[in-house]
Write a protein that binds this ligand. Sequence first.
Ligand code: VGL
Ligand code: ZN
Length: 212
Amino acid sequence: MSHSLELTSTDILLVVDVQNDFCDEGALAVPNGDQVVPVINGLIDCFLHSIATQDWHPADHQSFASSHNDDLEPFSTTELSYGPQILWPDHCIQGETGSAFHKDLDQDSLELIIRKGFRKEIDSYSAFFENDRSTTTGLTGYLKSRGIKRIFLCGLATDFCVYYSAIDAVKQGFETFVIADACRAIDMDGSLAKAMTHMRESGVEIISSDEL
Ligand code: VGL
Ligand code: ZN
């Protein structure tokens, strides 16, 4: 590691959704999702502070294709009260194995686990705001009251939960970094390229773990 970005106590690592359902054999497996685990464990060792998000849905969550009576297939888009919503296979159901963190993820030094997507009617990709774009998770207040200035994101998936969280982090006034080799993408219909472009245009810095 070259350590060109000096980490301090006002930096935090945000580990996004490293859960069984997003890893190999999971209900919404992200290709090569498991590969982020050793990289993220190394990062947790480097950072003075780390927190994580956990996708945490009730069994009848409205982002599940199975919750709709019409013939809606997983990965199709429907209209919910707040606008378009991609419908997913059932995943990350509260208390089930699929919602648990990957067994090899070092959880001991995580200082906060923020659960999201627990309201039946609202999905939440971002760690900060749910998909209605107004319901807050409380994370901004937590980080600001701790004096955090820079957020470094890693985890799953690059083009959904990492992407939405990074864009919101910039909007909330944090200096924001995405550690690309510590993330993996779903990549539906060009979503990864779109997410990368939008993140760069919004001021998110895309870095590699060997810069830390
Ligand atoms: C995610 C789709 C649905 C993610 C969560 O963690 O990126 N993607 N729920
Ligand atoms: Zn979800």
